[in-house]
Design a binder for this molecule. Sequence first.
Ligand code: FAQ
Length: 316
Amino acid sequence: MENTIQLEELFDAKLERGEFIEPKDWMPEKYRKTLIRQISQHAHSEVIGMQPEGNWITRAPSLRRKAVLLAKVQDEGGHGLYLYSACETLGISRDEVIQQLQSGKAKYSSIFNYPTLTWADMGAIGWLVDGAAIMNQVMLQRTSYGPYSRAMVRICKEESFHQRQGYEIMCVLAKGSPEQKAMAQDALNRWWWPTLMMFGPKDAESSNSAESIKWKIKRETNDELRQKFVDRTVPQAEHLGLTVPDKDLKWNAERNSYDFGEIDWEEFWNVVQGNGPCNKVRIENHVRAHEEGKWVREAAAAYAAKKAKAAQVQVA
Ligand code: FAQ
């Protein structure tokens, strides 16, 4: 039987060849733990992320807008389900990861702790938040863990539609009445900096990055992805005729990139630690919905048990 050193060599060689690690393959315990942490937090973000937009479904300005928003929010729930399933392949139960979310042990993206105050926030979330999510998730399509990578391929297709629907809302508002344009600008002002925070702390302060890059879980660093996002999004804001709320934003011809201002890291850590404007209400809503759905989970489990028993009888 192979010893741990041999298994580790085989694992490293697989990564080196660019092959996927699959659920039944041997993997270092820390690799498994890091994946559980990241994938479960990603799943929680998708599910908690349904709340800020869910807040506007009943107040969408037309039937078309309502149907689109409803579909988008349902998609986010579906993304959560793919990701929870990918997480379960690593040997942790759904109950346990939900428990980690509700007890505050597991994090979810800081962005979903900000309130959605106007309809323009639906545009800003699709354009900026989904835009940032895609930037990160396109990279994760090439992550080294097979089930996570495959979930990302499908999720990215949907996120790309989400980004376009958000940008279209912004286009309509930015070209509308002076009040509508002001509403679009106000949404950009409020969502710009929290969106840049989604990419995580600066590389120098990112405790997990070095190991995750070594294991090809992450293929690009937090700062690299943030820069790419700024470079791609600023021209989109210009096209809308809106102003990015950063006085230090400037094109740097030498770097062929935008220079941009410093993020308020105190605000970021404050939100991550549970003290953002909506952290408390997001978790309260999740606990309530989970409690209300208990009978559905029980009914599904009873049905599955009954079917399994019937199959056993047939075999006998
Ligand atoms: N918020 O060492 P790093 C979406 C934590 S999906 C909260 O750099 P890592 C779709 C981090 O967990 C959005 N916490 O960590 C949608 C770590 O703490 P830990 C979610 C954050 O993992 C759109 C500590 O700080 N996407 O939006 C944040 O290497 C619209 C140190 O950080 C994903 O989850 C943050 N922003 O890199 C849905 C993508 N940033 O865990 C609805 C997958 C960092 O050690 C509507 N995740 N932290 O206790 C990733 O790519 C990575 O986990 C990063 C962080 C890049 C987020």
